[in-house]
Every structure is written in structure tokens, then in C-alpha cells.
Design a protein around this ligand. Structure first.
Ligand code: SF4
Ligand code: SF4
Length: 104
């Protein structure tokens, strides 16, 4: 499992890098975020919750049946909208209160 960052969407705010507990996210020469040491990502989703541009996707590993299934977050006022895309491309959205998001 790991994340992927869409450099087209990234605005270089550094919020993802600042919250990553493993210090796995860096910025390139164009001020775009990227993950170093992908294998060390343990999927805490902290970076997804911080990205206002929905530039980060979290992928389940093929070892646990991921096969392209992924997750990304959209921020909406006091909500976080968790978009879950399964192996067949079907999308499910779960909404959580931002203030309570660390419960999940
Ligand atoms: S939080 Fe999102 S927009 Fe900000 S640096 Fe990270 S990927 Fe880019
Ligand atoms: S999911 Fe967690 S461990 Fe992985 S890059 Fe994001 S903040 Fe770091």
C-alpha cells in the first residue's frame, strides 16, 4: 500500500509533508510534493485529510486484493468526503465531520 500524488493538482502547500509521521513526503524542484520510500508508507491517511486539492490517492496493495482500488478525500467546509473506488471503478462516498475525522 502507498500513496500517489498528482503533480498537476499539487499546489505545493507542504501540508502533507508536515503531517506525515514517517517524514516520507518531499518537494521537487518545481515545488510539487512526492513520496520517497513508498514502501515505508503505512497508510495512516493523514496526508489525504490535509490536502485541499485532493491531489493524493491512497492505493491498497495487491497483496490484500487492492488491484487498483483507491481512496481519496475531498474537503468540504466542515466535512471530509472519502471517495472509495473499488477494483471495478465503482465509487462510494462516505462523509465524516472534519473535527471528528481522527476517530476513523
Ligand atoms: S497537501 Fe496536496 S497540494 Fe499541498 S503539497 Fe501536499 S499534495 Fe500538494
Ligand atoms: S499515508 Fe500516512 S504514512 Fe503514508 S505518506 Fe501519507 S501521511 Fe505518510
Amino acid at each position: 500500500m502507498s500513496i500517489k500524488i498528482d503533480k498537476e493538482k499539487c499546489v505545493g502547500c507542504s501540508k502533507c509533508a508536515n503531517v506525515c509521521p514517517g517524514r516520507l513526503i518531499y518537494k521537487d524542484e518545481n515545488d510539487k510534493a512526492y513520496i520517497k520510500y513508498e514502501k515505508n508508507c503505512w497508510g495512516c491517511t493523514a496526508c489525504l485529510k490535509e490536502c485541499s486539492e485532493s491531489a493524493i490517492k491512497y492505493y491498497l496493495g495487491s497483496d490484500i486484493g487492492g488491484n487498483g482500488a483507491c481512496l481519496y478525500v475531498k474537503q468540504k467546509s466542515d466535512e471530509l468526503n472519502w471517495h472509495i473506488i473499488d477494483n471495478d471503478g465503482n465509487e462510494t462516498v462516505i462523509n465524516t465531520n472534519r473535527k471528528e475525522s481522527n476517530k476513523y
